[in-house]
Ligand binder design. Structure first.
Ligand code: LLP
Length: 419
């Protein structure tokens, strides 16, 4: 966590050393923080990591060693899970493919490896049934309401494309019958970065839906969406209270069905957001009238959350000369891209705001906190910028877990047809 606007070290390693080792921009993750966040959720039977938040193989390996299982939303994520050592089959299934469609590659992979499938559309039931009749499936249900930190991360309600509409549940049960596919579990995920009040409403909807399906149900998943702490004024959610709500639903279902019902949770952000720091170098300090800009060598090609959602991330200056006696000033922090939206200090709608940060000069570093979730993975090659490097700090040691892209990586696969 960045607790002040000055930052000298990350997880015990001086920022200057990290820059010397890996260059900038680099995402650095703190392994201990990820372990702590997985342990927080140990009351749940299964913690299934939503790898879309941060899918570096080393992070997946770390999560696996901590006993968590994994969610995959694409063929690429299935392949990553396999590459990181998750087995395809098992009980509970180590990998679950959750999506609203199968593209041809993901369907082939699920069939070939026997990957568990969580169907988010009636079409997926038919497509899997034709290829692999008899396989148990889970259904992702859209309960008719949703909530997220932004309208773009609200995944419930009739304007959302996600999940099987709750009123179509019995049609889907009928649809699965000819393929002899039992519905062995239900899943609901109403949005990302929501709050406990909204998440708690899911419990009632889940109980009703599970009763409608009946005793073939062996697992229920609360989905992801747990909020995390981005601002010093944010507070941690009451996980014990949240678990108790879900546990009560599970126990009532167990009583009704007369067999155990596994309780899953599927967080992405909660497990990895706080572990991540994006280190960039300040490459220009300039004034536009009475505004002061710190311009970094990292932009929305590295961290898209501010331009996409107006997301707030904590920031701190890491002085290159070690001098931390620096007065603060209001600044705007932006990146190198040729687009005016390339600003890290903005609110939803693109409104630029200032941040109070220590005075800095070219060559100082800026550390952006809470970037472990939906940071690197949403990076792009816009403006022909290479993807950043990634490193993991564990036991006071920082090691590279992804090298920075090179120009050759950027143009790999491009062709100029012979004329
Ligand atoms: N399960 C499902 C089915 C999901 O769609 C998601 C997120 C999760 C779990 C994990 O949600 P989490 O626990 O991380 O909130 N790019 C956005 C977030 C998009 C989330 C998409 N689905 C952001 O930067 O805030």
């Amino acid at each position: 966590m960045l607790t002040s606007t000055l930052c000298k070290e990350i997880a015990g390693v001086p920022v200057a050393d990290l820059v010397r080792q890996f260059g900038t921009p680099t995402f650095v993750y703190d392994a201990a923080m990820i372990r702590r966040r997985i342990a927080d959720l140990s009351p749940f039977d299964t913690v299934r990591y939503a790898q879309k938040a941060c899918s570096n193989l080393t992070i997946l390996d770390l999560v696996r060693r901590q006993g968590a299982l994994v969610d995959a939303v694409s063929a690429g994520e299935i392949r990553r899970a396999l590459a990181a050592g998750f087995t395809a089959e098992g009980d509970p299934p180590p990998i679950v493919y959750t999506a609203d469609i199968f593209d041809r590659e993901s369907l082939d992979l699920c069939v070939e490896h026997g990957i568990a499938v969580n169907c988010g559309s009636p079409d997926m039931i038919d497509q899997l049934g034709r290829r692999k009749p008899g396989q148990g499936i889970t259904l992702r249900i859209n309960p008719g309401f949703g909530h997220g930190h932004s309208q773009k991360t609200n995944t419930g309600g009739k304007q959302a494309k996600h999940g099987i509409w709750h009123a179509q549940l019995s049609d889907c049960l009928r649809q699965a019958k000819p393929y002899a596919m039992d519905v062995v579990g239900l899943h609901m995920h109403i949005g990302s970065g929501t709050d406990l009040e909204h998440l708690s409403q899911v419990c009632g909807a889940m109980e009703q839906a599970a009763i409608a399906v009946g005793p073939s149900i062996r697992s229920i998943s609360a989905g992801g969406g747990l909020p995390t702490v981005y601002r010093s004024t944010d507070s941690y959610v009451d996980l014990a209270a949240y678990f108790n709500l879900w546990d009560a639903v599970r126990r009532r279902l167990e009583q009704r069905f007369g067999h155990p019902v596994r309780l899953e949770i599927e967080p992405g952000r909660y497990l990895v957001a706080e572990s991540g720091f994006l280190i960039a170098e300040i490459r220009a300090v300039k004034r536009q009238d009475d505004n002061t800009f710190y311009l970094l060598d990292a932009g929305f090609n590295n961290l898209a959350r501010p331009i996409l959602y107006g997301s707030y991330h904590p920031m701190a200056v890491a002085p290159a000369d070690g001098n931390d006696a620096r007065p603060e000033q209001d600044v705007i922090v932006g990146g190198p891209l040729c687009e005016s939206g390339d600003i890290f200090t903005q609110e939803e709608g693109g409104f630029v705001v200032t941040r109070r940060l220590p005075k800095a000069a070219v060559g100082d570093w800026l550390v952006i906190g809470c970037t472990g979730a939906y940071g690197f993975v949403m990076g792009s090659n816009y403006n022909s910028k290479p993807l950043a490097a990634e490193a993991l700090i564990d036991g006071g040691q920082a090691r590279r877990i992804r090298r920075r892209q090179t120009f050759d990586d950027l143009i790999r696969g491009e062709e100029i047809p012979a004329s």
